[in-house]
Design a protein around this ligand. Structure first.
Ligand code: TXA
Ligand code: MG
Length: 349
């Protein structure tokens, strides 16, 4: 298959390809998505095939505005409505009871819910509006690779496997949307992301915001009260080819611990990399030291994480030591992705 490359002033051509059943990668404010007509089972099937994605992992449906989202849901509670008004357009995905027949059953992986969001990226909104239909779109990476934050990432993963790529430059947040499901008066965070727990709390007042599968507290809460889960959570994600060790805890204690890990890996003859904040980076000696930006700006680390993980592979690193961040704000999503990349290898200092 020939992949077509479009610039943002060719958005209408990309929209026409979507309307004709094609699968097209496009920028959002979080990461690049791989879109297809959510009502077209053949198009949706091709998305799963192009990514190599397991068919039991449902897709997020991207729509133009709140009314378009309402048309996909069987019903919407006051609290869900409040979240839509507070955070759309933006990096929040709501898992809603699906209205029968509005999207292909491949999109929802046969569940009775559908994940919906209104992206904040101008190009994405223009594309969706011009296509005239809801667009199912997972992140535009091969399954198991970091999500793409640049068009070149998409090209590297999917060239020849998709109909087109709309190049809108680098994405904004750099991590995916926050996926939430409202159960009664509680908001369950199924995947932390661009809308932070603090922002949710601020918007909904006294109502409970419950952390998802990530924390130990959530694990036990989940078994006790059957908290909702996201099918995607069980899959390995974002793992670089080399082994990644996450060093978490007090930044002041991190440097010595990272240095010790690097020295030990070097002694084993490995090609070693370090992912570190700008303040610490000059202190390390390794085959590659990749800079997250200042520790006072976790947003910068979120923006660069996926590109840096891809760079680890390009540089052929066997072992990567990554510094952890504070779990406040966007730091929660950043640490969630770092823990996944580490596959459970976390050194607490
Ligand atoms: O920022 C984003 O969310 C990006 C951009 C392209 O919008 N998309 C994205 O899609 O990250 P994807 O497919 O990589 O992740 C979607 C997540 C998965 O963890 C999936 O399991 C979950 O959303 N999900 C989708 N539908 C769901 C549903 N009905 N119930 C629970 N979780 C659902
Ligand atoms: Mg993804």
């Amino acid at each position: 298959m020939m992949t077509q490359y479009w610039s943002v002033d060719e958005t209408n051509e990309a929209a026409a390809a979507l309307a004709a059943g094609g699968i097209v990668a496009f920028p959002t404010e979080t990461v690049y998505g791989l879109g297809g007509d959510a009502g077209n089972t053949q198009a949706v099937r091709r998305i799963f095939e192009a990514k190599g994605r397991p068919s039991d992992n449902p897709l997020i449906v991207h729509v133009e505005d709140v009314p378009a989202a309402m048309r996909l849901a069987k019903q919407v509670s006051d609290l869900e409505r409040l979240l839509m008004e507070a955070f759309w357009p933006g990096p929040l995905t709501l898992v809603l009871p699906v209205r029968e027949g509005v999207v292909s059953s491949l999109v929802t992986a046969g569940l009775d819910t559908v994940a919906v969001r209104v992206p904040a990226h101008e190009v994405a909104r223009e594309l969706i509006a011009a296509s005239g239909r809801p667009i199912a779109a997972p992140s535009a990476n091969r399954s198991g690779r970091p999500s793409p934050t640049l068009a070149t990432h998409v090209r590297g993963d999917l060239d020849g496997r998709i109909d087109g790529l709309l190049d809108g430059g680098p994405t904004g947040v750099g991590l995916e949307s926050t996926v939430v499901q409202v159960v009664g008066d509680r908001i369950h965070i199924l995947r932390p992301g661009g809308v932070t727990r603090e922002m949710l709390r601020q918007a909904v007042g006294e109502r409970a915001v419950v952390d998802g599968a990530d924390s130990q507290a959530a694990e036990s809460a989940a078994s006790q009260e059957q908290a909702p889960r996201s099918p995607g959570v069980k899959y390995a994600h974002y793992a670089p080819q080399g082994e990644l060790l996450l060093v978490a805890g007090n930044p002041a204690d991190m440097i010595a611990a990272v240095q010790a890990q690097v020295a030990e890996a070097k002694a084993r003859g490995l090609r070693v990399g370090v992912l570190a904040c700008a303040e610490h980076a000059p202190r390390y000696e390794a085959d590659a030291v990749l800079d997250f930006g200042s520790r006072s700006e976790p947003e910068a680390a979120a923006q660069s994480l996926y590109a840096l993980l891809r760079e680890c592979d390009e540089r052929g690193l066997d072992f990567i030591v990554a510094e952890g961040y504070d779990e406040r704000g966007i730091g929660a999503a950043l640490m969630n992705r770092l823990r996944k990349a580490a596959g459970g290898r976390v050194l607490q200092v």
